[in-house]
Design a protein around this ligand. Structure first.
Ligand code: L34
Length: 292
């Protein structure tokens, strides 16, 4: 069993980006600038966005954190988006999800200029990705592809079962892994909450991508000996014995599944850190594409 170490791999990618930024500076070019919009005070979102901003600083990007009140109106947020679209000092920006319930997420994502949409959530980017054109690929699936590629996990001709059909993870990773190219050429099945007899399906999989959001859902009896396991789940489970008051759990019962697997991502330290590294990568690409 080999651990797909997202912490280590994300650090490698950050070093690659940092070197690229140094070269840009040496050529007298402006460094990439990312903005992150955070609405409200959700604890997990604060952690993730904080980590994004710190990573920008580490690689030498400019970064701006825009914090807005939980009760901001949809209209006021849309105006903020328009201002970010018009801000020529910005290469890209993200609006951290989830948004408060009174705001229509889809409306907000549609308002983001696709050229600055470094999350790759706008339909223009999603469509371009699906058609194998240059596009911003959503950071989490992009990070999974990097782990598969860099650890040389066999995917060509293999059966991959993706559990979850979200627009941010399940759907895009199913598209990417079935495409030609590195970490691609897989035969992909997308399973979801209406799937009948999920365990019979996951037991056939050479690769399982769990993106469900239910802690420790995938157990050892549900996987084939030698399967590769990608765990996208990241749930904060209350735990009074822990100083933070919670523990982070993935969608995979790690200890038992690890014993049967060829490759596995840990949680934390797997897909999460890769998401951050690939957001930086997209911001670098935005800088390069938008100046061409
Ligand atoms: N717009 N919203 C937008 N873009 C995104 O790409 C995200 N996502 C998801 C939630 N909302 C978003 C993230 O950034 C999930 N996500 C994310 C990012 C980083 C980490 C986890 C999820 C991460 O760094 N996880 C660490 C543990 C962090 C902790 O202590 O909680 C890990 O090792 O998995």
């Amino acid at each position: 069993m080999k651990i797909l170490d997202g912490k280590k791999t994300s650090n490698q990618i950050k070093e690659e980006i940092k070197a690229e930024v140094s070269a840009m500076k040496a050529r007298g070019e402006r460094v990439p600038h990312l903005a992150a919009v955070l609405v409200g005070n959700d604890g997990a979102s604060l952690t993730y966005v904080g980590s994004k901003v710190r990573s920008c600083e580490y690689v030498g990007f400019d970064s701006t954190l825009i914090r807005l009140e939980e009760d901001i109106t949809e209209q006021a947020l849309l105006e903020k988006i328009e201002a970010l679209n018009a801000d020529s000092s910005l290469d890209g920006y993200i609006v951290q999800l989830p948004l408060p319930k009174h705001i229509d997420e889809e409306k907000i994502l549609l308002a983001i200029d696709p050229k600055k949409d470094v999350d790759g959530f706008h339909p223009a980017n999603f469509g371009r990705m699906a058609l194998e054109l240059d596009a911003f690929i959503p950071a989490t699936p992009f990070g999974i592809m990097q782990l598969l590629e860099r650890y040389e996990v066999p995917t060509s001709g293999k059966h991959c079962v993706v559990v979850g059909r979200s627009h941010i993870v399940g759907r895009p990773i199913s598209i990417l892994m079935s495409q030609k190219g590195p970490a691609g050429n897989a035969t992909v099945t997308v399973a979801h909450s209406r799937t009948e007899n999920l365990a019979a399906l996951t037991r056939q999989a050479d690769i399982v991508v769990m993106a469900l959001g239910i802690p420790e859902y995938l157990t050892a009896d549900m996987v084939k000996e030698g399967a590769a396991i990608i765990d996208v789940g990241i749930t904060r489970v209350p735990d009074e014995n822990h100083p933070k008051g919670y523990v982070i759990k993935g969608d995979v019962a790690y200890e038992e599944v690890a014993q049967k697997s060829s490759f596995i991502t840990p949680v934390p330290g797997g897909v999460g850190p890769m998401t951050i590294a690939m957001l930086l990568k997209n911001t670098l690409l935005a800088r390069q594409w938008n100046q061409a």
